[in-house]
Design a protein around this ligand. Structure first.
Ligand code: HEM
Length: 357
């Protein structure tokens, strides 16, 4: 009797879970012919095309794509899991741009806000949906990136985020990790999010050299930045030492003080080192941490991730820049074996700036 009742309960549970799975996997074909998980996502396909055309030069991993990812972070991070800060991934950086672009940590953000704003108005998306869709698309334009999720349906933001929620390159590791923890991220997740600096350049740290990349492969979402931040530095790429910058190993390359400090700190060094030449691991860690960032403070969103373009893969092994080898690495996690990497042939390179910066 007891067994019969148990088996009835089990079969009811099975039917329920199969129905839920069927609902999850049910696909909708839009009038445009695109197939998606939810009819509400159909409206996004033409908007994705428009964003690619009007913002990203038809699908480039250039300056605007890089800045769109930075904007995702600067929009979302003004949030605390304990309350009392901003609305998170709500697009307030676009809607209340006069307030937020004035924050010190938002130096240079005015350019991408100005580029995105007219396109945002044309699409009629909420500011939050626009910022986070554009960030996912821009990232997808970079070979090697994971296909980020996109969740749809953010309401308009209510207010600007408060100042002093965005980490600065001059902050200590303790301060940076505390800010990430306040927003709900572990030290590992903070390092995972910093994979973004593989498609990053600085315009404002040294204004005499706009568009100075953080690694030698700024158009590829690879693990090169995790390697190059560890190389011994011996030069400043522009007008001497600037606030937030530390010695760089390569002409034309900028090293942020915060990236270097995080690469060396005992709380984060091993996770940093583990990323090197570990493309799939980096992609999955970055994607998971981004999935949290992209919906901070948001509820009841519809999963429209299948509108996000599929990035080209990056499958090569990364290499030391020409003339560098393991002897140049400032290893901060001696307990893990350092990966064995080849060196690019030729003389030490000078890294060119990102065009259009
Ligand atoms: C410790 C935390 C972080 C600090 C201190 C930091 C700092 C900076 C700084 C100073 C710049 C250069 C800005 C300029 O001079 O133009 C920059 C660029 C950038 N950051 Fe971060 N960042 C942090 C975390 C993140 C995160 C979590 C993301 C994304 C998830 C991100 C994405 C980017 C991108 C994509 C750029 C390049 C923008 C472009 O090339 O236009 N950063 N970051």
């Amino acid at each position: 009797m007891a067994f019969a009742r148990l088996s009835t309960i089990v079969s009811i549970a099975l039917v329920a879970s199969q129905t839920a799975n069927a609902a999850l996997t049910k696909r909708v074909t839009c009038a445009s012919g695109h197939v998606t998980a939810n009819a509400a996502c159909c409206a996004l396909f033409p908007i994705v095309d428009q964003i690619q055309k009007d913002l990203f030069d038809g699908g480039e991993c250039g300056e605007e794509a890089h800045s769109a990812l930075r904007l995702v972070f600067h929009d979302a991070i003004g949030f605390s899991i304990y309350g009392g800060k901003g609305g998170g991934a709500d697009g307030s950086i676009l809607a209340f741009n006069e307030t937020e672009t004035a924050f010190h940590a938002n130096g240079g953000i005015d350019d991408i806000v100005a580029r995105q704003f007219p396109v945002f108005l044309e699409t009629k998306l909420s500011a939050g949906d626009f910022v986070h869709l554009a960030g996912a698309i821009g990232t997808a334009n970079c070979a090697g990136a994971p296909r980020l999720q996109f969740k749809f349906g953010r309401p308009p933001p209510k207010a600007a985020a408060p100042d002093l929620t965005i980490p600065e390159p001059t902050d200590s590791v303790t301060k940076i990790l505390a800010r990430f923890a306040d927003a709900g991220f572990s030290p590992q997740e903070a390092v995972a999010l910093l994979a973004s600096h593989t498609i990053a350049a600085a315009d404002e740290v040294d204004t005499t050299i706009p568009g100075t990349p953080f690694d030698s492969t700024v158009s590829t979402f690879d693990t090169q930045v995790f390697l190059e931040v560890l190389l011994k530095g011996n030069l400043f790429p522009g007008n001497g030492s600037q606030v937030g910058e530390v010695l760089s190993p390569l002409h034309g390359e900028m090293r942020l003080q915060s990236d270097f400090a995080i690469s060396q700190d005992r709380r984060t060094a091993c996770f940093w080192q583990q990323m090197i030449n570990n493309q799939n691991f980096m992609m999955s860690q970055f994607k998971a941490a981004m999935a949290k960032l992209q919906v901070l403070g948001q509820r009841n969103l519809i999963d429209c991730s299948d509108v996000v373009p599929i990035p080209k893969p990056f499958t090569s092994a990364i290499k030391f820049p020409a003339s560098f080898s393991k002897k140049d690495v400032q290893i901060a996690c001696p307990q893990l074996a350092f990966p064995s990497l080849a060196t690019v042939a030729g003389p030490a390179p000078t890294i060119p700036p990102v065009p259009g910066s």
